[in-house]
Design a protein around this ligand. Structure first.
Ligand SMILES: Cc1cc2nc3c(=O)[nH]c(=O)nc-3n(C[C@H](O)[C@H](O)[C@H](O)COP(=O)(O)O)c2cc1C
Length: 134
């Protein structure tokens, strides 16, 4: 399976309803495509992990890349994996994940991982084990 983490810059006009329908749509498509993952949003940027069968994950990433609700998509981690980090979550969305808002914005603007980003990524991945509460 392929597992990719990317960051991007959200369209500044997105409303809470837009985010809700984006998440609903992603969950519906991912359930169909055997994809799982997680999404966070700090009001300006997205970080998403998408994982699943290589061809389906690549096709989905291509659709996401073309989506005008965000831009400047930068992959920060890409690997082939044998186990899922978000098994059971078609797309976990965690609106309470706000401790790393500034790190996420800097990462999305800069596109390179700083040492402190390890905590951001570790806490993001931990959502898969804790169920997305925060
Ligand atoms: C930040 C972000 C994350 C998205 N995540 C997913 C996703 O996980 N799965 C998915 O199928 N679509 C996701 N989408 C939506 C896709 O870009 C696309 O609208 C959707 O797959 C439907 O594509 P279609 O209209 O070509 O069928 C996401 C869009 C954005 C902006």
């Amino acid at each position: 399976m392929l597992s990719v983490i990317y960051v991007s810059v959200a369209d500044p006009g997105l409303t809470p309803d837009d985010i809700a329908s984006l998440v609903e749509g992603a969950q519906r498509c991912n359930a169909r495509d055997e994809l799982t993952g997680a999404l966070i949003y700090n009001g300006q940027n997205f970080m998403q992990l998408l994982e699943g069968p290589v061809a389906k994950a690549e096709a989905c990433l291509a659709r996401i890349r073309a989506d005008r609700r965000h831009n400047g998509m930068i992959e920060i981690r890409r690997r082939l994996v044998t186990t899922r980090e978000f098994a059971g979550f078609s797309m976990l969305y965690s609106p309470l994940f706000r401790d790393h808002d500034e790190d996420l914005s800097r990462l999305a603007a800069q596109g390179t991982l700083d040492p402190q980003d390890e905590r951001l990524i570790a806490n993001f991945l931990a959502l898969g084990r804790h169920g997305g509460a925060g």
